[in-house]
Every structure is written in structure tokens, then in C-alpha cells.
Ligand binder design. Structure first.
Ligand code: NKO
Length: 213
């Protein structure tokens, strides 16, 4: 009903704040969209500024996901049986807001950090398994995009196997849908990375020297 609409709108607005773009503009005096990969995400901040600023961007973008899932249900109180659906809606809309931000012509980032924040609150077991997937893929390849794609896929599989959070339980059908749809969106946002990966042109993460900030 109305509360779901307000939840969706608030979560979208939280997700739409382009923190990476703002950090690069304010502290790096660059337009992230024309530097490095051109992506408005934490990885590109690390690549074009420094690891420190990249970590800051990751923290703020993850914070959007955590805030949407953690705070909106406190502001917009719903019937207990609806709260899980409200949290799932908030999580999806924060990720969508990040990917299709109204402040930057409905463009945006790839949703990894925002989803990470959201699932830290919403599905911590699945998050931890996905994080292991990310770390192993990154240690093996040093390619962030590939590691993000692996983490998204691992999250979907883990969530469906975890069972109590799965499609098979009627009371959490929304979380089951989320666990497939959000990884699919994340992988779709990596389509240019996937083309580069297939051509063998995707670069390993190289950080600038920190004295360049
Ligand atoms: O510039 O195209 P690029 O090389 O920047 O960037 C590709 C990159 C875009 O994403 C980001 C955010 C980076 C976050 C890195 C830490 C992620 C640890 C994530 C593990 C769990 C993810 C769970 C997803 C649940 C659906 O890919």
C-alpha cells in the first residue's frame, strides 16, 4: 500500500546519492565519468584517486544500502508480517537508485557496494559466503569486476541453498526473488566489463601511489 510506495521512494533517493562522483569531484577535482573505467563506483575512485578514497567511497555506498534496509522500517512502521517485504523492497530500490540515479541522468554505478551494505543487514549469511567468493576470485585474478560478478553469482546460489531465506518458504518469497534479481542486475551492469573479460582486455586493479592522493 502507501507505506510500500513511500519506502520505495525513500530507498531510491538514498541509493541515488552518487558518493563516488562527489568524492572524486570534491577531493580529486575530477569527473569520475571521464577517468579510469568511467564507472561511478568505489573501484574507480581507488583506481583514479587512491585506495584510501576508494575505501571511503565503498563505506559510503555500502552505508546507503545499510541505511535503506535498517532505517526505513524504523521510520515507516508496518505490520510485522510485512516488515521483511519492506526491507527487501528498500534493499532493491537502494540498489536501483545507485544504478539509475536521477541526479546523473539515470546513470550510475554497478551496485556492488550498495548491495553489500543492504545484504549485510538483510541476509548476513549469504553476504559472508559472497564475500568469501569475492576475496578468493580477487586473490586469484586481481580483477575487481570479475570478483564482483563471482560474488553476485555466489550470493544467489548461497541464498537459494540456505533454505530458510529461500524461494521455497512462502514467508520469505520476496527475499528469494531479491536474491536472484539483484545479482542479475549487478551482472547486467557489468556488461562492458564482461565484454572486456571475454576479449582478455580487462585490467587488474592497479592503485595509484598514495602520495598522489
Ligand atoms: O571500475 O568497472 P570497474 O572496474 O566499484 O568497477 C567494477 C566493480 C564495480 O563495483 C565497485 C564496488 C566495489 C566493491 C568491492 C568490495 C566488494 C565486496 C563484495 C562482496 C559481496 C557482494 C554481495 C553482492 C550481493 C548481491 O565491480
Amino acid at each position: 500500500s502507501q507505506a510500500f510506495v513511500i519506502t520505495a521512494g525513500l530507498a531510491y533517493l538514498i541509493g541515488s546519492i552518487p558518493f563516488s562522483l562527489l568524492i572524486a569531484r570534491i577531493f580529486g577535482k575530477i569527473d569520475l565519468r571521464s577517468h579510469g573505467s568511467g564507472n561511478v563506483g568505489a573501484t574507480n575512485v581507488a583506481r583514479t584517486m587512491s585506495a584510501k578514497w576508494g575505501a571511503f567511497a565503498l563505506l559510503l555506498d555500502a552505508g546507503k544500502g545499510m541505511t535503506a534496509v535498517g532505517l526505513i522500517p524504523v521510520l515507516m512502521v508496518m505490520a510485522p508480517e510485512d516488515v521483511i517485504h519492506q526491507k527487501v523492497l528498500a534493499a532493491v530500490m537502494a540498489v536501483v537508485g545507485h544504478m539509475y540515479s536521477c541526479w546523473i541522468r539515470f546513470r550510475g554505478g554497478k551496485g556492488v557496494a550498495t548491495a553489500l551494505g543492504a545484504v549485510t543487514v538483510l541476509a548476513p549469511q549469504g553476504m559472508l559466503i559472497a564475500l568469501v567468493g569475492f576475496i578468493l576470485a580477487f586473490l586469484a585474478t586481481r580483477i575487481v569486476s570479475l570478483s564482483s560478478i563471482v560474488a553476485a553469482a555466489v550470493f544467489a546460489v548461497a541464498q537459494l541453498l540456505i533454505g530458510q531465506n529461500s524461494l521455497w518458504k512462502a514467508n520469505t518469497w520476496s527475499l528469494g526473488v531479491f536474491s536472484v534479481v539483484v545479482p542479475a542486475l549487478i551482472i547486467f551492469q557489468h556488461r562492458s566489463n564482461i565484454l572486456r573479460l571475454l576479449r582478455g582486455e580487462e585490467q587488474k586493479l592497479q592503485l595509484r601511489k598514495s602520495e598522489r592522493q
